[in-house]
Design a protein around this ligand. Structure first.
Ligand code: GLN
Ligand code: ZN
Length: 725
């Protein structure tokens, strides 16, 4: 029995990856220095693997994103040097970014659309070089199916006959390039998480054919799947791969199938048993049992992680974690140790202790509240129409009201002050006074511009999830638990380990202060349960639904405090609602049940309180009914990518709620003109009744600078005035 591990984080224990690349961008270091820095990180990754496992991929470390690297290897983009490479990552022609499967990692989306007649060439001059310095190392690459499925510009949905033909044609062409690459390496680790998607029969057939072609290279192919279960495992047995990597953490039926059907004697099973997506220590006893059962059916068995380890921070050491929590945690390095430990236990017949249950962080009263929830807790007493009447009377807003999404520019001074208060350079009182001064500036600014519904600006928040994680009990934050969100951008996911509750108000002071400065309504601003869950690591000892309801109850308390303080509009952001949806559509009903209900629970307060929500970064068409089910009063939604599309969907379901389709794409530094925004609004107003339409940017403004914010919002208010006339 061998051990295997893959996907170790490339960030470096001290974020060396980020530092090197960003220094390169600032021209502080040369191409050569950058290459050396990446090389050193790669060596440290290999050292980590070598200390625990027998075999591992040698992932020539990506300079930004492996999907882009794949596009370069296969000749989709001609790139000759680092500068051209980074031009594609962040230059004027930068590729679009989107979420990688149901994770919070964003990849660059290769675009095939300019390839009318795809003919791939193998570029040798590429940032991704296969290293063969380590005999245990296996060169690795994203497989053609995953690469193609996650790219754009190939074809409409593969269910369209012509689309399918085009997809197959691309796949065939790609297979030839891969064959050439594989021929040079002899043995290769191929990441194919796309094999767990809901695939059509046609796609599976085309993909098998592609693999047959690639296998003609003579290379030994290690085919790795993860994030969910492959639905056609038995068929996969017949594919020309030397090994199959399966995710046993999420593939609940695998053991049953293998015990029933066996496993091909000529193949290696790379059994992913140590979870790469969550931070909990492995349950050794059940892993050992699983391996023992597999051993009876499988001739060649390797023990591995389930899903790549880059979703985890590097080590639990030095995180300032409570020891009672820390003993239950394993990050990437500790997971490597667990893989070794399972193998040793099985081979040497060692007795493994049962997993210790977590007793830290229990709160009986929260548990009781959740257990006592009834149907009525999720249903508003008053209909949308009646709420509208009440609220219209209170707010007397003009037609096409204007607002923003919450945050205003988080400039250097704001971040400096936050780090000052963390390091003790200034007192919390001084910090509070500073935040108040920023709020005052923001309120004055919005009044001057003539916006109708104001925000306080979110200056006190680092990150919309971490901020609440710090305020809530039952959620831990880490000192250094960084993971890559995209490129060199990192964040520290909080850890939901216990029962969640709100020991005291979290945001009321700031919102109340903002409201005291103006007669216009100020929106209370909260992050919803799904988004808090999606961007955190979540406990698995209770159903996720209960975690969501605990958070919802805490938010509901916060809204009730807003109401006491005279805050009449509350926005609960749920940007992650689409991304958290399971990979398999058959699991959607169960997911949307708790996702929607947690929102309804959180916002089931006074009927006079106008509830807003905000969503972004996704295609919402296919989930529009669920969104509607959330029973809010107003939604603002990012639509830059698929504006026409989303409008069509709202039309289809006869959406009766108020809606602001972003008229300003805040992801670009360009200032939109009145006419440009008018174009967007006009198109939307063809479908959405004017009495339901709001005018707003499409997301928060925290990454923008003040000058373009001012210029753009001025235009936005002008637009509203013109349209009203
Ligand atoms: N209220 C948040 C903000 O304005 C929303 C951010 C988001 O949608 N991701 O920053
Ligand atoms: Zn947004």
């Amino acid at each position: 029995m061998k051990t295997y591990a893959y996907g170790f984080p490339r960030l470096g224990e001290n974020r060396e990856y980020k530092k090197a690349i960003e220094s390169y961008w600032k021209k502080e270091i040369s191409d050569y220095d950058l290459e050396q820095a990446l090389y050193r990180i790669q060596e440290s990754i290999i050292a980590a693997y070598q200390s625990s496992v027998d075999r591992f991929p040698v992932e020539a470390i990506s300079g930004y994103d492996p999907m882009l690297d794949t596009a370069i290897i296969t000749g989709v983009y001609p790139v000759n040097n680092c500068q051209e490479y980074y031009e594609l990552c962040r230059g004027h022609q930068a590729l679009e970014m989107t979420k990688w499967f149901n994770t919070n990692y964003h990849y660059l989306v290769p675009d095939f659309s300019s390839w009318s007649k795809p003919r791939f060439t193998l570029h040798m001059n590429i940032p991704l070089k296969f290293k063969k310095r380590f005999p245990q190392g296996i060169p690795s690459m994203i497989g053609p199916l995953t690469f193609l499925k996650l790219s754009k510009g190939i074809a409409p949905a593969p269910t369209v006959p012509s689309g399918a033909a085009r997809f197959n044609e691309f796949l065939e062409n790609l297979a030839e390039v891969y064959r050439q690459v594989f021929a040079t390496v002899g043995e290769v680790h191929v990441d194919e998480p796309a094999l767990v998607l809901d695939l059509t029969k046609d796609e599976i057939k085309a993909c098998k054919k592609a693999y047959q072609h690639m296998a003609a290279s003579g290379a030994k192919i290690h085919l790795l799947t993860y994030y969910d279960q492959v639905d056609f495992l038995k068929e996969l047995y017949a594919w020309p791969a030397a090994s199959l990597g399966l995710d046993f953490v999420r593939g609940k039926d695998y053991l049953k199938i293998i015990e029933r059907e066996g496993f091909p004697a000529d193949k290696i099973l790379i059994a992913g048993v140590v979870d790469g997506r969550n931070v909990w220590r492995n349950d050794m006893k059940s892993s050992v049992q699983l391996i023992k059962r597999l051993n009876k059916k499988v001739k060649h068995l390797w023990i591995s992680n389930a899903a790549p380890l880059f979703h985890l921070p590097i080590t639990t050491e030095g995180q300032g974690l409570d020891p009672r929590l820390k003993e239950h945690l394993a990050f990437a390095k500790e997971k490597l140790g667990e893989i070794r430990q399972i193998a040793d236990s099985v081979e040497q017949g060692l007795k493994v202790p049962a997993a210790k249950p977590m007793i830290f962080g229990q709160n009986k009263s929260v548990q009781k509240k959740v257990a006592g929830l009834a149907r009525k807790d999720f249903i508003k007493k008053v209909s949308l129409e009646k709420r509208r009447k009440t609220q219209d009377k209170i707010f007397q807003l003009p037609l096409l009201p204007t607002t923003t999404i919450g945050s205003f520019p988080q400039t250097v001074d704001v971040r400096q002050k936050r780090s000052d208060v963390r390091s003790g350079k200034i007192t919390p009182q001084e910090y509070e006074v500073y935040v108040q001064s920023k709020i005052r500036e923001a309120v004055d600014f919005q009044e001057r511009l003539g916006l109708d519904v104001l925000v306080h600006g979110e200056f006190e928040r680092t990150d919309m999830v971490e901020f609440f994680a710090e305020k809530l009990e039952g959620i831990a934050t880490t000192a250094q638990g960084w993971i890559i969100s995209y490129g060199t951008r990192v964040y520290r996911p909080p850890i939901i380990f216990g029962d969640v509750f709100r020991p005291q108000p979290m945001t009321v002071k700031e919102i109340k202060y903002a409201q005291s400065l103006t007669s216009k309504p100020v929106k209370g601003m909260l992050t919803g349960p799904v988004t808090i869950i999606a961007w955190s690591f979540v406990r698995e000892d209770i159903p996720i639904k209960n975690v969501a309801y605990q958070i919802a109850l805490a938010l509901q308390e916060e809204i009730r405090d807003y109401e006491q303080a005279g805050i009449k509009i509350v926005q609960v952001d749920e940007p992650a609602i689409r991304e958290r949806a399971p990979i398999k559509h058959r699991q959607w009903p169960q997911y949307f049940d708790w996702a929607v209900n947690s929102f309804r629970l959180a916002t089931n307060t006074d009927v006079a309180t106008q509830i807003h929500t905000h969503m972004c970064y996704s295609e919402f068409g296919e989930i529009i009914d669920h969104i509607n089910d959330m029973d809010f009063d107003v939604i603002s939604i990012e639509t830059t990518r698929s504006r026409a599309d989303i409008i069509r969907h709202f039309e289809k379901i006869k959406f009766r709620r108020q809606i602001g389709l972003g008229v300003w794409d805040i992801h670009s530094p360009a200032v939109p003109t009145v006419d440009e925004m008018k174009e967007v609004a006009r198109r939307a107003l063809k479908v959405i009744p004017k009495k339901n339409f709001w005018i707003n940017p499409d997301c928060g403004l925290k990454t923008r600078g003040w000058p373009e914010t001012e210029a753009s919002l001025k235009n936005l208010v002008t637009l509203a005035h013109q349209l009203r006339q």
